[in-house]
Design a protein around this ligand. Structure first.
Ligand SMILES: [Zn+2]
Length: 487
């Protein structure tokens, strides 16, 4: 029964041509799964993943993609100022731009969307929420969403928490992403409500305060005795791991079972340290405001898999914009499909996120869903010199493996003609640490010439951005002096 429902949902998404998914149908499925939970206990995680990852017939998928693409193009042309002008200027007729000819349409850049977000809003939509990205790459970009899109996002999110993450009504989720991330916060709040679990909004606050809340008993009827799940950006997770290691916390101090990460590169080194520190499973996901409802999920083999029904995913050479070959690195370019996306319409949107094209067909539990390597980093955080590139992931894997480097790691890359110099915030008087880092860099063939440690944060004039910097302050009153302090 459960398998059938899932299959119907996936098939429905894959082959629907003009039909809008009704959020109520997804919500009803969520309730159905909750009842299954209540009757048979926890869902078998492997069975869920297998059902979700089941292979769709390639011909069926190709036909669905072609239909979805055509609809995306004609809708964007008819209903947005940006694409109407672009097509007219280039002399492209929308009804002739088939999926096979898509490369005739130039990529839509973040700069275009940022410059004039309203030009991408469909004139037949009813926008109700402007969601800003949290601005990891400069000025925030924004997208408008309709009530329908928000309902759908909540229903999808509930499915994720219930089935993939395995949350149930007894769980308590602490949300440690920025409270300004409107789409993520509102969606998760509503989704957790559907699941029946507890929701605690903490935001990005002092790591010591976050740890205190994680260890505080929860005295609620029907709920687990402590916070059981956490959702957080990797750099803020790094801050928590660093603080917990310094303060001597042990896994039994927490009641955590799951840590859900997203929004940044999560290194294997950090995931393993977090699992050791908190005694919880760490799950990595991919998502960005502009790409909604396209999302990605990391499998046990370390691939990044995408829900193919929700949009077109291309991996293109960062320079030529031609499809990247197997084994090569390219940037993710996404086209979220109507009718799931109806307000801010985007065709071939360049995310700037780099991944490697797989050389072999995956045989993992999610083999049915298209996959790439895990996220290698943002293009602008992965500098190049001639044909050398230093990926954000490689730097994080290098630094986050060393307990002597403070978390979250702060670093700056200086390019030279024959490679990169890596300046890192860390103990200057530890030559053994530098030696360990340089050995690791050499063993992994990283284009690093030298590594310099700095005690003083001021020595790094342009350090790498991390979301842990989006700190939300808490006002505390000094009882003796009566003054207020922000920390
Ligand atoms: Zn996989």
């Amino acid at each position: 029964m459960f398998d059938t429902a899932l299959r119907q949902l996936r098939q429905g998404l894959a082959i629907a041509t003009g039909r809008r998914i009704r959020p109520g149908d997804v919500a009803a499925l969520v309730q159905h799964i909750r009842r299954t939970h209540a009757e048979f206990g926890r869902l078998d995680h492997d069975r869920v993943m297998e059902a979700m990852g089941r292979v769709t017939d390639p011909d069926v998928r190709a036909a669905a993609d072609a239909r979805h693409w055509r609809r995306s193009v004609t809708t964007a042309y008819r209903h947005t100022v940006y694409y109407r002008r672009l097509f007219d200027r280039l002399g492209i007729r929308p009804d002739e731009l088939s999926l096979a000819r898509r490369t005739e349409l130039p990529l839509t850049t973040k700069a275009s969307l940022r410059a004039l977000p309203e030009a991408f809003v469909s004139d037949r939509s009813e926008p109700v929420l402007q969601a800003f990205t949290t601005g990891s790459t400069g000025t925030p970009t924004s997208c408008w969403f309709s009530a329908y899109e928000l309902d759908l996002a909540a229903a999808y999110s509930a499915m994720y928490w219930l089935m993939t993450a395995g949350l149930g009504p007894a769980d308590v989720l602490q949300v440690c992403v920025s409270s300004r991330a409107a789409l993520a916060v509102s969606t998760t709040l509503r989704a957790i409500g559907m699941v029946g679990a507890g929701y605690v909004q903490t935001g990005v606050i002092d790591p010591a305060e976050t740890l205190a809340r994680l260890t505080t008993p929860v005295h609620l009827p029907g709920k687990k005795p402590r916070v059981s799940a956490l959702t957080i950006n990797p750099s803020q997770l790094a801050a928590l791991v660093g603080q917990a290691e310094r303060d001597g916390y042990r896994p039994h101090d927490f009641g955590l079972e799951l840590i859900g990460c997203g929004g940044e590169v999560l290194s294997t080194a950090l995931a393993e340290r977090a699992e050791r520190t908190f005694g919880a499973r760490v799950q990595d996901t991919y998502g960005m405001t502009e790409a909604f409802p396209i999302s990605g999920q990391n499998c046990s083999a370390g691939h990044l898999h995408f829900g193919a029904e929700q949009g077109l995913i291309e991996v293109l050479d960062p320079v030529t914009a031609e499809p990247a070959a197997p084994g090569a690195v390219g940037q993710l370019v996404v086209t979220p499909y109507p009718p799931f996306r109806e307000t801010t319409l985007l065709l071939r949107y360049a995310t700037g996120d780099l991944v490697r094209v797989l050389t072999e067909t995956p045989s993992c539990e999610m083999a049915g869903q298209p996959a790439t390597s895990p996220l290698l980093g943002k293009a602008e955080f992965s500098p190049t010199v001639r044909d050398l590139r230093l990926y954000q992931r490689d730097v994080l894997e290098l630094l986050e493996r060393q307990p002597a480097v403070p978390l979250p790691v702060r670093y700056q890359v200086a390019a030279a003609a024959d490679g990169f110099d890596l300046h890192v915030l860390g103990p200057e008087d530890d030559p053994a640490l530098v030696a360990r880092l340089e050995t690791h860099a050499a063993e992994h063939d990283l284009p690093i010439r030298k590594i310099v440690l700095h005690d003083d944060p001021a020595a790094l004039a342009r350090p790498q951005f991390v979301r842990a910097l989006l700190r939300e302050t808490v006002a505390t009153r000094n009882e003796e002096t009566g003054t207020w302090m922000l920390r």
